[in-house]
Design a protein around this ligand. Structure first.
Ligand SMILES: [Zn+2]
Length: 413
């Protein structure tokens, strides 16, 4: 049987295609990096690309604020599945530069101590690695896989699972009550923890995790609560009643977002007016708690909002420069924070300026509307100056225990 030349050429071409596909198929099977997984609670939306066998490029997606241009990308949490012993060289980048207060950010991830990335083989113990910031502001890291899969995150993970274990540990405990105050945008429960008699002299409100990428506040809150359990057991702190909101931005934590809620709300903005219960239930319930406490004669003496940022300071509300009592109070508080709270950054004062409107952050809004002293406590996400180390969950828990001792002494004056 004779084949015409044209048909033979076509046949050879098809055979070649078949053979080539088989070879590439085999090559794909041989890749050392097998998969990048972020399809789990707190996993961050991202794009990934294997550049050659062991070079991995991760591009992070921002989340956006409603009705503004603002967007931010600071959270990552993903799992690399690869052959044990594989050397991974990895870059992490923001797909789009951040926009903050309406202006494009010009610098990020370029702090002197570097940006840490945390590794875990069991999703429980987090090992800090220092990254290097490349010219295009990508973070670069290089490590060897010690197992078949490894989790990489921006900060030691504190997710809904951690929160639920903490709540289970205090459920039914004497001196503690867990109150379901409402539901988040996506219908998750918003829990308040009350500890202490409502009728005592001082009420203090502490909130954590308004911004999903910032788990430091959760670790501080956990250390604070552990110390509070001991204090209640010993019948100490009789003059103090606490309302603790352990995880305000729960939806964003579950979805692995950076800053906003799924309806595009920034929980540390808009405190100069009432909140819409549908668009922003997370703030609406806290604002309602403050109103109820005031109406029932239990006006809080202090509100603290726990955050992470790249600097780590305490941001005080806008005040008049001549407010001597406020200055004295804050000097005492600062002294205690340094002595007992493991605090090593700065107290940042904002003095009233007739030509400038203040930002509608929680501390400014609460002082302005209710006359309640408040501050935002930013925990440094990159470096603990006092301890001379990269932050860890353990150190943040110690800072939480310290914070309780600070407040105990501050209010016993
Ligand atoms: Zn924040």
């Amino acid at each position: 049987m004779k084949f015409p030349v044209r048909k033979t050429a076509i046949l050879i071409f098809l055979l070649f295609i078949l053979l080539y596909n088989n070879i590439s198929g085999k090559e794909i099977d041989k890749l050392k990096i097998k998969f990048i997984d972020y399809y789990y609670e707190n996993g961050s939306p991202l794009l990934w690309e294997i550049r050659n066998d062991t070079l991995l490029r991760i591009s992070l997606l921002p989340d956006y604020q409603s009705t503004t241009l603002n967007r931010q990308t600071d959270h990552w949490n993903f799992r690399i599945i690869a052959e044990p012993g594989t050397r991974i060289r990895l870059t992490i980048e923001k797909m789009l530069p951040d926009i903050y207060n309406g202006k494009p950010a010009s610098d990020w991830w370029n702090y002197p101590k570097g940006i840490p990335c945390y590794l875990s083989y069991d999703y429980c113990e987090w090992i800090p690695l220092t990254t290097r910031t490349l010219r295009g502001k990508e973070l670069y890291l290089d490590f060897t896989m010690k197992g078949a899969e490894v989790y990489l995150t921006r900060l030691p993970v504190y997710s809904l699972k951690n929160l639920n274990s903490m709540l289970a540990a205090i459920q039914g405990r004497k001196g503690f009550e867990i109150i379901t105050a409402g539901k988040t945008t996506e219908g998750r429960k918003i829990e308040f923890i009350r500890s202490g008699d409502r009728n005592v002299k001082f009420t203090v409100v502490i909130r954590a995790r308004a911004h999903p990428w910032e788990p430091g506040g959760n670790w501080v809150m956990e250390g604070f609560i552990n110390e509070l359990i001991k204090a209640r057991a010993d019948n100490r702190l009789k003059d103090l009643c606490f309302y603790l909101i352990p995880m305000a931005g729960k939806d964003g934590v579950a979805r692995g977002m950076t800053r906003f809620t799924p309806s595009g709300m920034d929980l540390n903005r808009g405190w100069d007016k009432d909140f819409d219960p549908v668009l922003c239930p997370e703030n609406y319930v806290l604002d309602s708690l403050l109103k109820d406490l005031i109406a029932s004669g239990h006006k809080p003496s202090l509100v603290i909002d726990l955050h992470n940022d790249d600097k780590g300071d305490i941001h005080l509300a806008v005040r008049d420069k001549g407010d001597v009592k406020f200055r004295n109070d804050m000097q005492q508080l600062e002294k205690l924070m340094r002595e007992k709270g493991l605090f090593s950054e700065d107290f940042r004062y904002q003095w009233r300026d007739a030509n400038q409107t203040s930002v509608s952050t929680i501390e400014n809004g609460i002082l302005l509307r209710y006359g309640i002293e408040a501050f935002t406590y930013e925990l440094n996400a990159n470096w603990l100056k006092g301890q001379g180390m990269i932050p860890s969950a353990m150190e943040w828990k110690k800072m939480g225990a310290g914070l309780l001792n600070v407040l105990s002494e501050y209010f016993s004056r």
